[in-house]
Design a protein around this ligand. Sequence first.
Ligand SMILES: N[C@@H](CCC(=O)N[C@@H](CS)C(=O)NCC(=O)O)C(=O)O
Length: 210
Amino acid sequence: MLTLYDCATAPSPRRARILLAEKGVAHATVAVDLRAGDQLGEAYRAINPQCTVPALRLDDGQVLGDNAAIAAWLEAQFPDPPLLGTTPLAKAEIASWNWRAEFEGLLAVAEALRNSAPALKERALTGPVGYPQIPELAARGLARVQQFFELLNARLAGRETLAADGFSIADITAVVAVDFARAVRLKPGEAHPHLLRWRAAMAQRPSMAL
Ligand SMILES: N[C@@H](CCC(=O)N[C@@H](CS)C(=O)NCC(=O)O)C(=O)O
């Protein structure tokens, strides 16, 4: 049985949960308590030296230590439904929007949150090395999140999904990023009608409740 190392409140493992659900792949779940610092303990470090969730343990015991590996493996192992694109151009477009949702969305929220939350004072970046906060980056992160909302709204004008011709991993990552922005008290509003329409349509998918 596949095992997902998960944390119910964190955005990155939510991406993997949604992907597994969209692919209809059964799996066991192990909760990693990030607030308690379990990701940095010896036991979890031995499972995933990146000290992050998600991680996916395969039937043969090998562990995939991040979303990039999990998505690549799932798409190759369970090609239906395809979520990384089918034609060369669709694959390229989906990879591009997925990266933008990560870098301009998820990482912008993380920049704002991790450089301001008192509990993360020495943990401004995830991973085994602790880095102190740079408070100025919190304001930059907030500005980048607003810009991300603008980007999505403009892209989704006249479109149902973010990339290529249908639902893809880029939509999953973007939904998770938009929802994660609530952690820094930002959400799309009246200025983002296309983004709100797309988010409402995405909510029809049962996986998005995970
Ligand atoms: N590149 C990784 C990033 C994963 C990541 O940053 N996960 C966060 C939760 S959203 C984490 O494990 N944080 C642990 C920590 O804060 O120390 C991926 O997407 O798989």
